[in-house]
Write a protein that binds this ligand. Structure first.
Ligand code: ZN
Ligand code: ZN
Ligand code: ZN
Length: 351
């Protein structure tokens, strides 16, 4: 890819691109860690000396260049890459590192790493699909285990901790988010679970995910607490469910990402709720919870085998409630989208 786009080297700080290419998972810090991948295939991991053992174990096939606490870490990169080259750098590299590298390397050209990595990462291979399937199955089992979770009278954040506990019990090693949006809070798609006490009759949006291995899960179900519901809840939920089914049927190889968004939006518009579907239909998923491809108006890139993404239509009635339904799907060898989540779509009644 570097040769194809005419770049001399790719510089990756800790993040999903680095994990994708090297299997090395590392947190970002003030100490420079940088994978230097050159056009001829030479790959060197520049790491602080104290991380050398860990890096060698994770990525034994890479050359290692270590720098000690009093060394200038940028020099280690300059010695490998040289000045005045054309570079791709990690999209999420800290500005402090990027500015230091730019002044040391004086590159002729700098582009984001996604120029090179996007097309590699957005089509998942069989091992990656298995990892996504495993994460999705864990999230499904956590949802099935809600049987014992009480809602009415408890604060949203208490239910959120129960969800996190169930995710871990069902194989998640990391829990990234647990959104519990009850009653009017559900009308804010990314509501942060708070102190509101859940009331009988409430609709509650539950959106949660994390990782079982390195790949992410992300699922949303909307449940109803026993009691008198909003009279429009059943109709709104049914509309969202039909929109999701329509989109899943529309998603196939060769179809534009934007067309899948449109398919779901049409169902919601026909039901009269068009202006209450206030976000794109979905996002790609893999090592990152949100990545390419995005299912959104304006993205006319064709879907292709191996692409994995969420399908998550929603309707948000301000001051009242929200409903969202989200599954992860992957385009299979047949060209059709296969859902990885199998948890029931019905409006579940909880206590
Ligand atoms: Zn979201
Ligand atoms: Zn979600
Ligand atoms: Zn999502």
């Amino acid at each position: 890819m570097l040769r194809e786009v005419g770049l001399d080297a790719l510089l990756l700080s800790p993040g999903s691109d680095l994990t994708y290419l090297s299997a090395y998972r590392m947190f970002t810090s003030e100490r420079l860690t940088c994978l230097v991948l050159q056009q001829d295939g030479a790959a060197t991991l520049v790491v602080p000396g104290l991380e050398a053992a860990r890096a060698r174990e994770a990525a034994p096939d890479l050359a290692l260049a270590t720098w000690e606490e009093t060394d200038d870490s940028v020099d280690s990169v300059v010695r490998i890459v040289g000045r005045g080259r054309s570079l791709a750098v990690a999209d999420q590299m800290w500005a402090a590192h990027l500015l230091a590298l730019q002044s040391g390397l004086a590159p002729a050209q700098t582009v984001p790493a996604s120029t090179v990595t996007r097309s590699l990462r957005e089509r998942k291979d069989a091992g990656e699909v298995d990892a996504l399937r495993d994460a999705a199955a864990g999230a499904d089992r956590a949802y099935a285990a809600f049987e014992g979770v009480a809602f009415a009278g408890r604060a949203e954040h208490e239910v959120a901790s129960d969800i996190a506990r169930l995710l871990r019990a069902e194989g998640h090693r990391e829990v990234h988010f647990t959104i519990v949006g009850s009653g009017p809070n559900g009308a804010s798609p990314h509501h942060e679970s708070g102190d509101r006490r859940i009331q009988s009759g409430d609709a509650v949006v539950l959106d949660f995910g994390g990782t079982t291995g390195a790949y992410c899960s992300d699922i949303t179900r909307t449940v109803r607490v026993r009691g008198e519901p909003d009279p429009e809840l059943a109709r709104v939920h049914d509309t969202v469910r039909r929109a999701q089914e329509r989109a899943l049927g529309a998603a196939r190889s060769g179809v534009a990402a934007s067309a899948v968004d449109r398919a779901a939006r049409e169902v919601i518009e026909e039901a009269g709720y068009g202006r209450y579907f206030i976000h794109r239909l979905g996002h790609g998923i893999g090592l990152d919870g949100h990545e390419h491809p995005y299912l959104v108006a304006g993205n006319d890139q064709p879907l292709a085998e191996g692409m994995a993404f969420s399908i998550e239509p929603g309707i948000y009635l301000p001051g009242r409630f929200g409903v969202r339904l989200e599954d992860i799907a992957v385009i299979g060898a047949s060209g059709k989208a296969e859902p990885l989540n199998r948890a029931d779509h019905a409006l579940r009644v909880v206590d």
